[in-house]
Design a protein around this ligand. Structure first.
Ligand SMILES: [Zn+2]
Length: 276
């Protein structure tokens, strides 16, 4: 799944590559499945996007908005899979969930592996969409300060019990993070996935805050994770420390065996010694 760093890279590449291009024809997928979320019929989509010009893309958490001017915004959200640019003359994917041809012969395709939104809104209406509306600050937001973060934990302590992994991956509490980057954030902060927020020391709050901000920046600097590809089909250069390849091998810091555990809807990889 694309997370905040991958979407940030995609938006940057779209702005350098697609902005100003005119849509010749757009179509929704030729291999739809029930986990692709559309809000338009094929006919509506084709009619509304034809002749529109690509504006400046922006990212909110795991939601990418690409203006189609005048008047519309294409929203790609919570996707895994591929969002690809195809130069004029390049082969196009056989199966896709969205394909947009531009007047210069180039194209943009989107294909999701699991689920994902591929929706078209009247400009501004996308801000009313569930999951975008009322989104909390992401780690790239200037409002995401340590004071904000520690206040967020205090607020969460008033509600249901939550663990460190829950804080990072559930309910968009910290929008843009997902199960992949969460593993490295927790390792860097030396905090176990099950550690209750109520048990955090002040130092652990500091460590986790720093690990979130630093890891997100590091993945962006690396052009995204190596297990995802960018707009040009190139894998990122950020190699995860704690992933399936690390399980059963020595921890890079202490040499203890990295463990795998199923917890909160996905596998966790962690060092039982470093991450208490
Ligand atoms: Zn260790």
């Amino acid at each position: 799944m694309f997370e905040l760093p991958e979407y940030t890279i995609l938006a940057k590449q779209i702005n350098a590559t697609l902005t100003g291009k005119t849509v010749q024809a757009g179509e929704l997928g030729n291999s739809p499945h029930k986990f692709v979320w559309y809000n338009r019929t094929h006919e509506e989509f084709a009619q509304l996007v034809a002749g529109k010009v690509v504006g400046a893309a922006r990212v909110q958490g795991r939601w990418l908005s690409i203006p189609l001017e005048p008047g519309y915004v294409l929203v790609l959200g919570e996707c895994g899979g591929k969002i690809l640019f195809h130069p004029a003359g390049a082969p196009l994917p056989v199966k896709y969930h969205l394909l947009t041809h531009f007047e210069d012969g180039s194209a943009l395709s989107s294909t999701t592996q699991m689920w994902g939104a591929m929706e078209l809104y009247e400009a501004g209406k996308e801000q009313e969409r569930q999951y975008i509306k009322g989104m909390r600050p992401t780690p790239l937001d200037s409002r995401f300060t340590f004071d904000y973060f520690t206040g967020l934990i205090d607020e969460l302590l008033l509600g249901e019990k939550r663990s460190a992994k829950s804080l990072l991956t559930q309910d968009q509490i910290i929008p843009g993070l997902g199960n992949s980057i969460a593993q490295d954030i927790l390792f860097r902060a030396h905090i176990g996935p099950r550690r209750s927020l109520a048990e955090f020391t002040p130092g652990q709050r500091r460590d986790l805050y720093a690990a979130i901000v630093d890891t997100v920046q590091e993945v962006i600097a690396g052009g995204g994770r190596s297990d995802e590809t960018d707009l040009f089909g190139q894998p990122g250069k950020y190699i995860r420390v704690m992933d399936s390849a690390a399980a059963g091998k020595p921890c890079p810091e202490c040499g203890a065996t990295v463990q795998k555990m199923q917890y909160l809807g996905g596998a966790c990889y962690f060092c039982p010694k470093c991450q208490q």
